[in-house]
Ligand binder design. Structure first.
Ligand code: NAD
Length: 497
């Protein structure tokens, strides 16, 4: 079953590729086929690792921890500077891997690698920004605090950004002195196998970063392992909540980012050209498989000119892998889910202004659904409320700003929300009322960039209420040691002395 063009993926433990433990015992390890979304061709096989593989990876990370955490932050950042150069040198190759296994177009894939680089840049600046504080708290007595790494940490990532999402955690976690076991998505396991080789080439010691492939079993084994001190998870909300609850039961530090349903609101005074371009790029970019994608557009009043522009721009999109083209979605289950939501909305009276269903092919020819724009009249349509995770935009006209805010606030997620307007006062009114962690003004994809942290509210984020990346990442991946010192005996000493 394994051939040169359909290779068997291996775990990365202690600086080398290894077969899962069960393979050496009785060859009983199970593999899942990995398919390219463009044409459904099998491009490899990913192992379903078990708790035994996790134990091996955690042991390697634990062994690497004392030496790695004893190096200075500056020393670790120095290694990340070399990693940054290697990522730049190999960005094109990594982007090609992302295109193949994920289905993004090349420009999106390259942008995702470069966005990952931003967190590396932040991590290598930590010697300048992660110092603790010191204060003479009473005469002759000083307090200072330092940030101490946690130990072995785990990172579980989704399929939609094979490099970028791992880079939301890995650089800061290891720069702060932790060692890591990362579990890539079984749907896109290839790209990170190249990244770990680059980490090794940069000088990251063996055992500092390990990869274990598979699905739920290694995730649960990582959570339950007593030597794993913290867990980050990015994926769907129901699994994020399960991961968070499992960690809480063990009193384990956890940050679990979940799904999204992001509302865009267009005020009557919005710039129609800019808004239509942004909204179309946001809902169709990466084939809608972004937790920050625009999924619902609430127009205040019937904004026919804006809707017409959105329709025209969405209709002009073509399938493909080049810049500006729309790639496939990840798998057949995703195609089925997306088309089901479109069918249901149509059956309940919605108008399908742009129909992506004709892009679908037979299952053996790839996983395609085109950009779709739905004009709803029934506020109960599931497409308006559920995360679809495909290139689908739901438009609903509302009467007032307050109605738009009420709809946005009622949705259980809280990743992103955006207001399109030319008025600062209107923007301010909405930003203060959105129930979302990442808000935008005239921005289709309101992703905060380093040094700002990334993270939603409500059912888009579970856990210890830190954000990921930026100072939230530093906070999550370290704990504070507080030190109180006195060197000179004090007269009139109080009980504190
Ligand atoms: P997913 O939840 O299916 O999988 C995420 C990870 O969990 C994968 O590594 C998977 O192998 C693992 N997993 C699967 N079943 C599990 C189980 N029962 N127990 C424990 N782990 C399990 O998500 P996905 O489909 O890969 O990714 C898409 C989702 O991720 C969307 O909901 C999207 O909004 C979300 N996402 C969120 C953010 C964010 O920052 N909030 C960023 C990217 C993606």
């Amino acid at each position: 079953m394994f051939t040169e063009d359909q290779p068997r993926i291996r775990n990365w433990i202690n600086g080398q590729f290894v077969d899962p433990v069960s393979a050496s015992a009785d060859a009983a390890v199970q593999y899942l086929p990995v398919t390219s979304p463009f044409n459904a061709r099998v491009i490899g096989h990913v192992p379903l690792s078990t708790a035994a593989d996790v134990a091996q990876a955690v042991a390697s990370a634990k062994e690497a921890f004392p030496a790695w955490s004893n190096r200075t932050l500056k020393d670790r950042a120095g290694i990340l500077i070399r990693f940054h150069s290697l990522l730049t040198k190999h960005a094109d190759q990594l982007a090609d891997m992302v295109v193949l296994e994920h289905g993004k177009n090349k420009a999106e894939a390259l942008a995702s690698v470069l966005k990952g680089q931003e967190t590396v840049e932040y991590a290598l600046s930590l010697p300048q920004v992660a110092q603790g504080k010191i204060l003479e708290v009473s005469r002759g007595i000083s307090c200072y605090d330092t940030r101490v790494p946690l130990g072995v940490v785990a990172s579980v990532v989704p399929f939609n950004f094979p490099v970028m999402v791992p880079m939301l955690t890995l650089p800061i976690a290891i720069a702060m002195g932790n060692t890591m076991v990362l579990k890539p998505s079984e749907k896109v396991p290839f790209t990170m196998t190249k990244v770990v080789e680059l980490l090794k080439e940069a000088g990251v010691p063996d055992g500092v970063v390990n990869l274990v492939h598979g699905t739920a079993e290694p995730v649960n084994a990582l959570i339950d392992h007593p030597d794993v001190k913290a867990v980050t998870f990015v994926g769907t909300s129901h699994i994020a909540e399960m991961v968070s609850q499992r960690c809480h039961k063990l009193n384990k530090r956890v940050l679990a980012l979940g799904g999204a349903k992001n509302h865009m609101i267009s005020a009557p005074d919005c710039n129609i050209e800019m808004t239509s371009t942004d909204v179309v790029n946001s809902f169709s970019g990466c084939s809608g498989q972004r937790c920050m994608a625009a999924t619902v557009l609430l127009t205040i009043g019937h904004q026919q000119a804006l809707v017409d522009k959105i329709v025209a721009k969405a209709e002009a999109l073509r399938p493909g892998s080049l810049a500006g083209e729309v790639g496939p979605v990840i798998d057949q289950a995703s195609v089925d889910k997306i088309t089901r939501y479109i069918n249901e909305a149509e059956a309940s009276g919605a108008r399908i202004l742009v129909d992506g269903r004709p892009w679908t092919k037979s299952q053996s020819e790839g996983f395609w659904v085109g950009p779709t724009v739905i004009l709803h009249t029934n506020k109960q349509d599931p497409a308006l409320h559920d995360e679809i995770f495909g290139p689908v935009l739901s438009i609903l006209a509302v009467e007032t700003a307050e109605e738009a805010i009420a709809i946005e606030n009622a949705n259980p997620y809280g990743n992103a929300a955006c207001i399109y307007t030319n008025s600062g006062a209107t923007a301010d009114h909405f930003i203060k009322r959105f129930s979302a962690g990442m808000c935008g003004v005239n921005i289709g994809v309101a992703v905060p960039r380093e040094p700002f942290s990334f993270g939603g509210w409500n059912k888009s984020r579970f856990g210890n209420h830190c954000d990921i990346t930026g100072d939230g990442g530093v906070e999550f991946f370290s704990t504070r040691r507080k030190v109180t010192t006195k060197w000179v005996p004090q007269e009139n000493a109080s009980w504190m002395s």
